[in-house]
Design a protein around this ligand. Sequence first.
Ligand SMILES: [Zn+2]
Length: 508
Amino acid sequence: MIFREIGVVPDPQSPDVMILKLSLHNVNVSERALPWEFLLGDIVTIPEERIRDILAIVFQKGWKQRVDILSRQVFHFATDFVLSPISIEPEFVYYTTTVQNATNVAPYLVLDKIVKELAPPNYKLDRMLFQFPGHFASVSSLIAKTLRSAIQAVMMIVAYNTYHPYTLGYNNTEKERWEDICYKYIDRRLPWIAGKFFLDKAYSEEKRRFVDTLTEELKSTYLQRVLNLDWISDVAKRLIQEKLFGLIVKIGYHKSTPNATNATNLGDYYNDVNITDSLFNNALSIRHWDSDPLWNLLQRLVNKSVWPEIAGITQASIYYSEVPSYLSFSSTGMIAAHEMTHSLDTNGRLWNEKRQYRTWRDEKSIENFNNRKDCLINQYSDIRAVNHLGDPVFSTDGKPLFGNGSFTISENIADGGGLATNWEARVQHEKKEPSQLLPGLEGFTKQQLFFINFAQNWCSMETPSSTRENIQNGAHAPPFARVLGALQNSKGFSDACKCNTALICELW
Ligand SMILES: [Zn+2]
């Protein structure tokens, strides 16, 4: 419960081998697996009264005085935990060491015992990914000075909040339970079962081929654009070129482990999940099933065929097969080039084509990247939240609401690179195969329709509470910011709409 994640990942130094990964709870808070996922640091957001109520439910009656004292201790622990120093230097993000060294750095977390108990019996390899060791050390000291009973109470609060959403008593939003919890749960935890129904009904080889061709075009344009940029050194460009040559583009869906179109194979894959009428029991069963294969992975080699898939997105209103190319580029193409640009976002740029952790070995290029990244962070943090009518959305205490540029930086980088790449690919494509104007919309140029279609992909209606929730937890900027931010940074948009304003930020 103290840990955000105990998992298995490719070794950043030697990516053919899987190693353990341990991270603490308040790292990467924006990347929650499920929107209601409860992290240890979240305890500070619960009023002390509520903590008391939960502890009173967990403990028996007649413990009132003890519950009062404990809830205060829990609150202090969580506050100290959230405030414990954390260095986010990139060299500590992918820091690896031995389990013994990690145990010495943070003795009160007893990492050696945890690994011994959870790893397969014949597990030999001892290296582990140990993110932010300084943070582990300070949390270890915090545990050392906290009473055992308080730690136990903290665990109970986290366990209660982790499983509470699966009980009938949970009601957090205006949405119905099936939509708010069950639907999202199936989508995230049993994705291949949900995906099978989609693939049977709505996917085809023709779609796959179309996206494949479009993606290849975008890949070469993306590479050319990056090589033409003037803020990266030739040394860094060579490394980027090697990386982009090594980029494996996979379109569609999983063909193995599991094969997403084969019901028998899916049945075998999910065989140990026990599905009943109780969501709570299902969540427990899936969690248990999920952790076993993870530990077995430790003994296996890296499966390099696991890549993000986009089968589900090739449908209206993103994908249409017979439309002018400028519309395909600004919708389907946007998804593909966005994903490609992730290979050079804040995290992606730290890895080479073999998935090894390697920086560019060029201070000036790194400094330029960071300045441009900071520009994007400030830009998106200044975008004010609005609803679908353009009216402002406020925080719960009535203050103006703005985006969170830091949380969403990787996605905003991918949006900017994706838009610029598609714009350029569209120009090249148009030279080879001139497209037609849209009947009935002849008042717009092809260039303008490219951007209108791009923006239309993000048309949405949200309640103020879901806008607030998305800004607080989302790794992506809200739809209005994804349109506004990307267009403010697009030279193509400025030309197409004759805005002639200076671009705010440019990265890829
Ligand atoms: Zn993305």
